[in-house]
Design a protein around this ligand. Structure first.
Ligand code: SAM
Length: 286
C-alpha cells in the first residue's frame, strides 16, 4: 500500500517534528501502512464508530483508523512533541480527531463518551500496557464503556491473557481477562515492523467484554490473585493465610484440595474463593 491519505509519509513527519523515539515512553512506531490498516480492520468495520486510541505518537495507526471510516477518534498522548503531527491529522479530518494531552493511566475517558459505546484500539506503550489493561478489566460498572479492545502487546504479555491453568503463563492477568472478556490473539508482529525495533515479538489481541460475567467482587478477586500468585509455589493452605485465619475450613467447604497451588485452580475456582473472602470496605478519601 503506497498511501491511505494525502498527508505526508510518516517518516517525513517524524523527521519534520524531530520525533526521535524515547524508550522511557515505550515509543516503537509503526510506519507500515499495510500493518496499521490490518490492526484497524481487526476491530471490525469502523464506519460510524468512536475509537479510543492510547498513544497515537506520530499518528500512523490514527490515520489508518480515520481512513477506515471511524466517525471519531479520541487519542490520548503523553508526549507533547507529537501534538503538532496530530494537529495536522485533525485538520485533514475535521471534527473527527480529538487529541488529549496527558497520561492515559490518569484520565477517565468514560465521561467524554457521553454514553455512546466506543472501541479501544492501540499499539500500547509496553511499559504501561499491563497496568492499562488491568484498569480496563476492573472498570465499574460492568459491562464497561467500551465494546471491544484491540491491543498490541509484547507477545509474552499476550500469552498470559489466555493462558490455561497449570501453565507458567497463567496468573493474575489470565484470571482477570478470562473472567470478564472473551477473545484471544489475532496475529504476531515481528520486531522489524517497528521503528526502532523492540527486542521481542509483539501480538495483536482482540478482547470483547462478557455481558454477564459471574458475579464477583473485583477487589476480593484482586486480593486473592495477589496473595496466591505472589507465592506461586506455596500450597493454598499456606498462601491463603494472608487473607483468612483458617483457609483449611474454607477450602474443605469448597472441596478444593488444600495442598494445591494457585496455578492449578480454574478461573471459576478463583471466583468461588473470592466470593467467600471477607469483603474489605472501599478506601475512603479523607
Ligand atoms: N500509535 C503509534 C504507532 O503505532 O506508531 C505509537 C505507539 S508507541 C508503541 C506508544 C505511544 O504511547 C507513544 O507515542 C508514547 O509517547 C505514548 N505513551 C507512553 N506513555 C503514555 C501514557 N502514559 N499515556 C498516553 N500515551 C503514552
Amino acid at each position: 500500500m503506497s498511501a491511505i491519505d494525502d498527508l505526508p509519509p510518516l517518516r517525513d513527519i517524524v523527521a519534520r517534528f524531530d520525533l526521535s523515539a524515547r524508550k522511557a515512553l515505550g515509543q516503537n512506531f509503526l510506519f507500515d501502512l499495510n500493518l496499521t490498516s490490518r490492526i484497524a480492520r481487526a476491530a471490525g468495520p469502523l464506519d460510524g464508530i468512536t475509537i479510543v486510541e492510547i498513544g497515537p505518537g506520530p499518528g500512523g495507526l490514527t490515520r489508518a483508523l480515520l481512513a477506515a471510516g471511524a466517525e471519531r477518534v479520541i487519542a490520548v498522548e503523553r508526549d507533547q512533541r507529537c501534538l503538532p503531527a496530530l494537529e495536522m491529522i485533525a485538520s485533514r479530518y475535521p471534527g473527527r480527531l480529538d487529541v488529549i494531552h496527558g497520561d492515559a493511566l490518569q484520565i477517565d475517558l468514560a465521561p467524554r463518551l457521553a454514553g455512546s459505546p466506543a472501541r479501544i484500539i492501540a499499539n500500547l506503550p509496553y511499559n504501561i500496557a499491563s497496568a492499562l489493561l488491568v484498569s480496563w478489566l476492573t472498570v465499574e460498572p460492568w459491562p464497561p464503556w467500551f465494546s471491544s479492545l484491540t491491543l498490541m502487546f509484547q507477545r509474552e504479555v499476550a500469552d498470559r491473557l489466555y493462558a490455561a491453568p497449570g501453565t507458567s503463563d497463567y496468573g493474575r492477568l489470565s484470571i482477570l481477562t478470562q473472567w470478564r472478556c472473551t477473545g484471544g490473539r489475532l496475529f504476531d508482529v515481528a520486531p522489524t515492523a517497528f521503528v526502532p525495533p523492540p527486542k521481542v515479538t509483539s501480538s495483536v489481541v482482540h478482547l470483547v467484554p462478557r455481558p454477564n460475567p459471574e458475579d464477583c467482587d473485583r477487589r476480593s478477586l484482586e486480593r486473592l490473585t495477589q496473595a496466591t500468585f505472589s507465592q506461586r509455589r506455596k500450597m493454598l493452605r499456606s498462601s491463603l493465610r494472608q487473607l483468612i485465619e483458617t483457609p483449611e475450613n474454607l477450602l474443605a467447604e469448597l472441596e478444593i484440595d488444600p495442598t494445591r497451588r494457585a496455578e492449578t485452580l480454574t478461573v471459576a475456582d478463583f471466583i468461588r474463593l473470592a466470593n467467600r473472602l471477607p469483603r474489605q470496605p472501599a478506601t475512603l478519601a479523607l
